[in-house]
Design a protein around this ligand. Sequence first.
Ligand SMILES: Nc1ncnc2c1ncn2[C@@H]1O[C@H](COP(=O)(O)OP(=O)(O)OP(=O)(O)O)[C@@H](O)[C@H]1O
Ligand SMILES: [Mg+2]
Length: 379
Amino acid sequence: MRESLLNGAASRSSNGLVGPSEVSRAVRRSAGVRGDKDLLSLERTARAEFLGAGPVLQPLLDDPQVSDVVVNGDGSVWVDRGSGLRAVPGRLRAVRELATRLAAASGQRLDDAAPVAEGRLPDGTRLHALLPPLCAEGAVLSLRTMRTRAFGLDELRASGMLDDRSAQVLERLVQVRANVLVSGATGTGKTTLVASALSLVPPGERIICIEEAAELAPDHPHVLHLQVRRPNVQGAGEITLPDLVRTAMRMRPDRLVLGECRGAEVREVLGALNTGHDGGWATVHANAARDVPARLVALGALAGMSPATVAVQARSAVHAVVHLVRREGRRRLTEVAVLRAEGAEGFRAALALRCDRRGELAEAEAWPELARTLDDAGR
Ligand SMILES: Nc1ncnc2c1ncn2[C@@H]1O[C@H](COP(=O)(O)OP(=O)(O)OP(=O)(O)O)[C@@H](O)[C@H]1O
Ligand SMILES: [Mg+2]
């Protein structure tokens, strides 16, 4: 049945890729005489098999509670519904074939010569695939679902990520056009929080988002998404994040946003935020706000910046660091910090708000500095 469907579908396809209408036609031709219900269920299975992530993974990805689905080399499937990864019963077979097909669907090559693929499926799902021998157990897949809808600040409050105080601080940071770094570990909600903050930007402003792959989805009428281009099979044509930051600066942005700062682009971003492009947002991986300076120094080193240069640039460019954590499935804004000079050439993150023993955000040593930023009507 599978072969006859595949042949039927592929023979109709002009570009070699199977499309939704080809699958529908092939199902109807191959199914013989069946009731509407059977036909619909057959078509759903065939679509999952040929167009989506397959009959096991696609229903998981379609579940609105699911944020991540990973498949390990032994075929075990794990799914995150908000409280960490949980095993799904059973084993997936032919993971390598599935990984290769999904990589092709996201326009990437995945084979022995190119054993790592990173891309996006047609529905926006973020895909990462790795083949052996890089992964000793066998081919592995990591899929992150895309919920394109922006969360409003009220929803973030309802989910427990924000309390009244942190919601007010975020609103004010947007209003005074502060430059903000959002830090946190993987999956803590950094991108989600930035998108929510950007939804508060006045509609007359032009937002330019620069990302590895377009992911930020603020509820705003004037947003441009710039995304990197990987080199082609011959290794030519690459457009990097630093290239895009330079390009974006010439595109009359009112707000420059870097989805994730994880390499040499830190130089261009700090440069841009220091030269009049206020109101920018970026995310950075760090386990606590106090680790952000070391992370920036490490990224700056990739761009040939000395620690002292990073310190000077970051201190004048970044007005606040907003830190998120995820504990027992719950995401929370737990710290807001400002960057302060330390010693002759260093800098550190001083906490302005931190969670107290009762779990509420309370003022800390650097609150007066943050308060000045939030009061800065003329910014
Ligand atoms: N407050 C929230 N309530 C419910 N779900 C949330 C919340 N914040 C984020 N999520 C969900 O958690 C998942 C991860 O969020 P997000 O992509 O924003 O994290 P991230 O820190 O940017 O991750 P990464 O480090 O991979 O870039 C997404 O599916 C998102 O919809
Ligand atoms: Mg992110």
